[in-house]
Design a protein around this ligand. Structure first.
Ligand code: BES
Ligand code: MN
Ligand code: ZN
Length: 510
């Protein structure tokens, strides 16, 4: 889909030639002009045939004095990013027709058009018009090919538009790979997808196989993979947008391309949804798609341990003890608690990057779904500043998370008589005990964990990946790039200090 940002004055809207002119108006809006559109909107508002409440729609067809074939007045309520997202979603949904290929979406009727609101509008268009076709080629692709976004001052929003476009591309990439069935997104195919991202300038991708992973001593990761015919892959992505000396943020994504539970096998009902157990990995790929699109000034590393969790004659068994890359031994009491087993070795690998922060993203526990449902992802971090930054990034990207505790008392149940640690604790607080397990492998850096088991995909009739938490993560990364990083030892006036001064992201404004 092509998005274009364009300066459009309200009194010229009626001249716009487009299949559908979609005009958002918030509660502050009062039409004052004498053009055809002002008359239409004013008349409907006065007659109480239309209200600016979020999601209200008033369609018109071949309206007198209006060049667009269809007009859709859309209420945007208080004009917040959330209301705008819902309003645009409703509008694009209502315009699904093979005859609507070009929409002009006018946002000039909103009092406060912030970067967050613009991004919400663009994301909503993309979400509402996404159609999965990879293994359903006859599915009717969206007829919508072109979206013109009308604003009062396009140059002022150019930077925000670039950020929004990168986010849209990142979410789409994550969604697509997460949706592909497990036989079409094996560890090898996931690694190939990463490799295509590595073709972009500033991005390098390295893929390790079973031999290299064995050499690294990733006994915990290998234990999960050993029951599958599909060879494991350890994917390392590097985005270099800043000076080499700048410490990277490391993102670690759980890449279980299918989770049967292994010998601790899951019930059959809804087991198909365990193809989504690589949504953490997909979100890392999505963030790299966004990074290579926008090219902000920061360094990011992505790590993806990818494998299947299968029952087999060679599969790991309950009670088996394995040695992780960290040297800690792990008693695998439940082979279905496999996410933490692949993540812990990736977290140890992350140490070599001397990271500024490490964030792992995982569809880790059913307990997190029980705690927070599909609204907020679970956030765990002992680093106050990191937790707050991630929480804030989630709020403004409409991709929210909620912090859960990490008290050491929660780790009691992980004690083992046969190893340094067990991979499960009791029935209680399962999302927290999983996080406590991971925390044991993160002593060397600042760390946060996002449990996205409830937010990464939808079940039921709307079954499919959401692309979350790409918006949260990308927004967080851009907030770091905005701050820039002062060169550690350089005094004012030295060449190093000059080089760093005023360094911000590639985005202008926003
Ligand atoms: N991938 C699952 C978590 C999951 C389950 C996500 C359902 C979304 C929906 C994970 O590997 C798992 O099986 N976790 C177990 C852990 C338990 C054995 C301690 C769980 O949550 O039941
Ligand atoms: Mn599992
Ligand atoms: Zn799993």
């Amino acid at each position: 889909m092509d998005f274009e940002l364009k300066t459009l004055a309200w009194n010229r809207l009626h001249q716009e030639k487009t299949d559908a002119l979609v005009v958002l108006v918030d509660e502050h809006f009062t039409p004052s002009g004498d053009d055809a559109l002002s008359r239409l909107a004013g008349g409907a508002l006065r007659a109480n045939d239309f209200e600016a409440k979020a999601g209200r729609l008033l369609p018109a067809y071949r309206a007198e004095g209006i060049a667009a074939t269809r007009v859709l007045l859309v209420g945007a309520g208080d004009g917040s990013a959330r209301s705008v997202r819902n309003a645009v979603g409703a509008a694009v949904g209502a315009l699904k027709s093979p005859r609507v290929a070009h929409i002009t979406l006018h946002l000039g009727g909103l009092r406060d058009l912030s970067a967050a609101v613009l991004s919400a509008a663009e994301q909503a268009v993309a979400d509402a018009s996404y159609v999965y076709t990879f293994t359903k080629p006859k599915a009717e692709a969206s007829a919508l090919k072109r979206v013109t976004i009308g604003v009062a001052d396009a140059p002022a929003l150019k930077g925000a538009h670039a950020v929004a476009q990168a986010t849209v591309a990142g979410v789409a990439f994550a969604r697509e790979w997460a949706n592909r069935p497990a036989n079409h997104s094996t560890p090898t195919l996931l690694a190939n997808a990463a490799t295509t991202l590595g073709k972009a300038p500033n991005c390098k991708v390295e893929v390790l196989g079973p031999k290299e992973v064995a050499k690294l001593g990733m006994g915990s990761f290998m234990a999960v993979a050993q029951g599958s015919e599909e060879p494991l892959r350890f994917i390392v992505l590097r985005y270099s947008g800043a000076a080499k000396a700048e410490a990277p943020v490391v993102l670690v994504g759980k890449g279980i391309t299918f989770d049967t539970g292994g010998i601790s096998i899951k019930p059959s009902a809804e087991m198909d949804e365990m193809k989504f157990d690589m949504c953490g990995a997909a979100s890392v790929l999505g963030v790299f798609k966004a990074l290579t699109t926008l090219k902000p000034a920061l360094n990011v590393v992505g790590l993806i341990p990818a494998c299947e969790n299968m029952p087999d004659g060679r599969a790991v068994k309950p009670g088996d003890v394995v040695t992780s890359m960290s040297g800690q031994t792990i008693e695998i009491l439940n082979t279905d608690a496999e996410g933490r087993l692949v993540l812990c070795d990736a977290l140890s690998y992350a140490e070599r990057f001397k990271p500024r922060a490490v964030i792992d993203i995982a569809t880790l526990t059913g307990a997190c779904v029980v705690a927070l449902g599909a609204v907020r992802s679970g956030l765990f971090s002992a680093d106050e500043a990191l937790a707050q930054a991630l929480q804030a990034a989630g709020e403004s990207a409409l991709d929210p998370c909620w912090r859960l505790p990490l008290d050491d008392d929660y780790a009691e149940g992980l004690k083992s008589n046969f190893a340094d640690v067990a991979n499960i604790a009791g029935r209680m607080a399962g999302a927290v005990t999983a996080a406590k397990f991971l925390q044991r492998f993160t002593a060397k850096y600042s760390w946060a964990h996002l449990d996205i088991a409830g937010t990464a995909w939808k079940s039921g009739a709307a079954k499919g990946a959401t692309g979350r938490p790409v918006p949260l993560l990308f927004n967080y990364l851009l907030s770091l790039a905005d701050q820039g990083v002062p060169a550690p030892a350089a005094k004012a006036g030295t060449p190093a200090a000059k080089k760093t001064a005023g360094k911000t992201t590639a985005k202008a404004g926003g």
